[in-house]
Unconditional design. Structure first.
Length: 253
């Protein structure tokens, strides 16, 4: 797939018009249409900017942009104790251009679900910094129980976390944030998944100072904050986006 087709396909997958994508990348709408038509070749920096806002950075080593996670969570809850580096402000400015946040950097009423979706798209769970995939087997709750008994800090997220806030479609991919990844894997008896292997998996992600902020306990299980769970479900696979839609009210359970 060449760059023009890649950008066009990703734009549609993200549910964006050419004008909206242009606003996110801060270029003229005609620039996007010409790039997609193949009549203009963007510079490397512009191509990277466009692909970044679409959640697909150039190269196979691109990691998820956790600044987008921080920006979305601060827009929804300005009282959160999160840093506001330039990268966070950049995301707020991008989203302001398409009407997701206002001039004060707060989520526009009625657009909260769209904001969480955008953050999830650019912060895919499989691309989170330091994320490690393990062979499937134990459920998210079983891992959480093991970690809790061992005193390992964790926060359940994704579709299993969504079920704790509102039961719906079940668990397809156990994902947990952990304070000590190596110890957590040992305590839960997890086996590393071979690099590049497809199929089901269980993922542990190290605390990043953003995604695990605002943890709560539901039914004896520590779970990430609701907004974080929604972001992560949108950044997952299979029916996880459906779980997020249910929590945001976009879909009826």
């Amino acid at each position: 797939m060449d760059l023009a087709e890649r950008i066009s396909t990703l734009r549609r997958v993200n549910g964006l018009s050419a004008r909206q994508l242009a606003a996110l990348a801060d270029v003229a709408p005609t620039t996007v249409t010409r790039i997609e038509a193949g009549t203009v070749s963007p510079s490397f920096d512009l191509a990277q900017e466009i692909l970044a806002v679409l959640g697909e950075p150039i190269g196979f080593t691109g990691v998820a942009d956790t600044a987008a996670v921080a920006a979305a969570r601060l827009a929804l809850d300005p009282a959160l104790d999160l840093a506001r580096p330039t990268a966070v402000e950049t995301w707020l400015q991008r989203w302001a251009r398409i009407g997701l946040v206002d001039a004060a950097g707060r989520a526009v009423v009625g657009r909260e679900a769209d904001l969480l979706f955008r953050a999830g798209r650019v912060a895919r769970l499989s691309r989170r910094p330091g994320a490690v995939e393990f062979e499937p087997g134990p459920s998210a709750h079983e891992v959480a129980e093991s970690l809790g008994r061992a005193g390992v800090d964790y926060a359940l997220t994704g579709d299993a976390g969504a079920n704790l806030y509102r039961s719906s479609a079940g668990e397809t991919w156990p994902v947990l944030y952990v304070g000590d990844l190596a110890r957590a894997a040992g305590v839960a008896g997890l086996a590393r998944k071979e690099p590049g292997a497809f199929g089901m998996r269980l993922t542990l992600i190290p605390f990043d100072g953003v995604s695990e902020v605002g943890r709560t306990v539901i039914g004896g299980v520590t779970v990430a904050a609701r907004d974080q769970v929604i972001i992560d479900a949108y950044g997952g696979i299979d029916r996880m986006a459906e779980q997020a839609d249910i929590l945001t009210g976009r879909r009826v359970a």
